[in-house]
Design a protein around this ligand. Structure first.
Ligand code: ZN
Length: 312
């Protein structure tokens, strides 16, 4: 009851909007479930990629800032996004990455799970993982990527930290995670509140420099709760630890609070409600630019200020 339900979405920074769209929709086969603008900066798109309806636990979102410089991974940042893929699909993905010139490694194993790590065109680090845990989530199908290989949603996120202790305390004492594995300086935390998107890996690197948040790096990690009442319960728990936490913010497709955890990573908690099928039908998700109420009167101006985008 009223638990934190693993990951909700992860938001990262990209440079070129078209390149970003092409990579996530065509190469990875995710569905663009919402094309809107950055609510705090309407000259910038905000893309949401996920499965058919954009189920929480598998939503990757981007702010593509044209001509922005490359960021740098480092401490105080989410440094790898782990996606769950069907068992036996990694060879297919490796061959696909080779064919499409996607920068990737030869594959490996972490805590008994096989994976292939790769990077998007901006250098954002991602990983395809064959999860030990049962994962019955159905990926979005495209002409080239059927359900036997399609990405199912998040498996995990990795945070790089100078010291893990304070961050681990938030995960365990506030979010309900438990440490389940450790290998040298890599610590795995997992919640049993959900089956999937339930893992946060903490990588402790005492001498790592702080990351630089720009293209090719993650901006924040959002955790999931059922509804606004639960959201406000968590807000109280976070504030009680003396951390600054924002008021509830309406993001149109969910309600959110934000706080910077003591290790430096920007955390968000977001609700399941109302979801993405509020301003367009499930069938039409992502097909046209959606604007929040405050920007609707400025649609013409906003559309003119956004880079052109070829969808499909
Ligand atoms: Zn967010």
């Amino acid at each position: 009851m009223n638990k934190l339900l693993g990951l909700h979405h992860i938001t990262a920074i990209a440079a070129d909007a078209q390149q970003n769209y092409d990579f996530y929709s065509k190469v990875l086969g995710l569905r663009l479930v919402k094309k809107t603008v950055n609510f705090d900066d309407p000259k910038t798109y905000h893309f949401y990629f996920g499965n058919e309806v954009g189920t929480p636990g598998g939503i990757l979102t981007f702010f593509p800032w044209a001509n922005v410089s490359r960021g740098k991974n480092g401490a105080g940042m989410a440094t790898e996004i782990g996606y769950s893929v069907p068992k036996g699909s990694l060879n297919f993905w490796k061959a696909r990455f080779e064919k499409l010139n996607v920068h990737h490694d030869i594959g490996g194993e972490r805590f008994g799970e096989k994976h292939v790590a790769f990077q998007d065109p901006d250098g954002l680090r991602l990983n395809l993982i064959e999860a030990k845990q049962k994962d019955e989530r159905k990926g979005w199908e495209t002409a080239e990527l059927k359900v036997d290989v399609a990405i199912k949603g998040f498996h995990s996120v990795t945070l790089t930290l100078n010291r893990i202790k304070a961050t681990a305390t938030i995960l365990t004492e506030v979010f309900g995670y438990k440490q389940v594995e450790q290998d040298d300086n890599l610590f795995r935390y997992q919640t049993d509140a959900v089956e999937n998107a339930a893992i946060v890996d903490l990588l402790e690197m005492p001498h790592a420099q702080r990351g630089l948040n720009s293209a090719g790096t993650n901006h924040h990690v959002a955790f999931r709760v059922k509804d606004e009442e639960t959201l406000m319960d968590f807000r109280e728990k976070i504030a009680a630890r003396g951390l600054y936490v924002t008021d509830k913010i309406n993001r149109d497709y969910f309600f959110s609070i934000y706080f910077r955890e003591p290790g430096g990573v920007l955390f968000e908690i977001a609700t399941d409600n109302p979801g993405f099928a509020t301003d367009e039908t499930v069938e039409n998700l992502g097909s046209s630019l959606q604007l929040p109420d405050q920007y609707k009167p400025m649609r013409d101006e906003i559309e003119k200020g956004l880079p052109e985008l070829q969808i499909k």
